[in-house]
Design a protein around this ligand. Structure first.
Ligand code: TPP
Ligand code: MG
Length: 303
């Protein structure tokens, strides 16, 4: 366990007054991330809410250098930035992609897979808020089963399960990948430090609160993120070259309904006729948790 002051922000690397919505996860995430990476960092941004938050000069939130790039191209752009810096001898400068779930699970997946397979020396951060939020809450392949979005409205709510991005990423044999929550800040900051100090392609996926998209109260962002971890909807774990390790195991069993009931996007599931959907979500969540425990056990056997 690191001393407690390891987890405090020593020097702010972002300006005050971000352009984000109230309760948005992007700002808090980047504030802590940037404080740990320092000013010698180049951020590569595909289109997302963060393009706005760190967008128009002179309102950019970040004090470091920012490269805005095409939606599908961030890992390829970051590859070029890395190569140019290395050529100048700036091998210690961090190159970091900040992308949304749409830019990662869907439109940027090919470029992501390419950069991961080439083992580019890049840190990839995905803020998974479960939809294309910046353009008006359209479904992505990260949108949770049962959620309402503008492309899955009313009774057309999402009826497929999200892609297992971490499983896809694990299959690339990365030196380090992990899931993180803004409600578990020590765990999050510890993983950022570990990713920062590892060579090669690294990926962190953060559960991203989004009050307008999730139909939640801005002040509840962190408590809902905590419930998502405690209900095992967003498990916290690390993957090192396909070896899984859980970093937090909730002691008590919290039903998924305890987290879902605070989010307007799941409101319809609480009607009597949709009860079976809630049971489905619980079953899928339990299966996923047991799969992760089995993968952790496998890693221990192989160690
Ligand atoms: C090729 C292309 N298609 C569509 C867009 C419009 N667009 C900009 S941001 C965005 C949503 C991004 O969603 P996500 O990656 O999940 O990030 P979030 O906005 O949720 O932070 C879209 C569709 C674009 N910029 N480029
Ligand atoms: Mg998104």
């Amino acid at each position: 366990m690191k001393p407690a002051n390891e987890f405090l922000i020593k020097e702010e690397q972002v300006f005050s007054g971000a352009l984000s919505c109230r309760g948005c996860g992007w700002s808090l995430l980047v504030r802590h991330l940037a404080s740990l990476l320092g000013p010698d960092t180049v951020y590569v941004l595909p289109a997302s809410c963060f393009s706005i938050i760190s967008g128009p000069y002179p309102l950019s939130e970040l004090k470091a250098n920012v490269v805005h790039t095409l939606f599908a191209a961030a890992p390829a752009t970051a590859t070029g930035v890395r190569a140019a810096l290395d050529r100048q001898g700036k091998t210690k400068t961090h190159v970091v992609v900040l992308a949304g779930d749409g830019g990662t699970f869907d439109i940027g997946l090919q470029a992501l897979s390419g950069a991961a397979a080439r083992s580019e020396n890049i840190l990839y951060i995905v803020n998974n808020n479960g939809a294309y939020m910046n353009t008006g809450i359209q479904s992505s392949t990260a949108t949770p089963y049962g959620a309402i979005t503008t492309t899955n409205p009313g009774e057309g709510y999402k009826k497929s399960w999200p892609k297992d991005l971490m499983g896809i990423i694990a299959a690339h044999n990365l030196p380090y990948a992990a899931t993180c929550s803004l409600a578990y800040m020590e765990d999050f900051r510890g993983k950022v430090m570990r990713a920062r100090d590892t060579e090669g392609f690294r990926l962190l996926m953060i559960d991203g609160p989004c009050p307008p998209g999730h139909k939640t109260e801005p002040g509840d962002s962190i408590s809902i993120a905590r419930l998502a971890v405690d209900a095992r909807l967003f498990p916290l774990y690390e993957i090192e070259r396909q070896h899984y390790k859980m970093t937090y195991k909730p002691e008590t069993f919290l039903p998924v309904t305890e987290c879902l009931k605070h989010q307007g996007r799941f409101k319809h599931l609480f009607r009597e006729e949709n009860k079976v959907m809630l049971e489905d979500i619980q079953e899928h969540t339990d299966d996923n948790w047991n799969k992760l425990l089995a993968l952790e056990k496998l890693a221990q056997v192989l160690a």
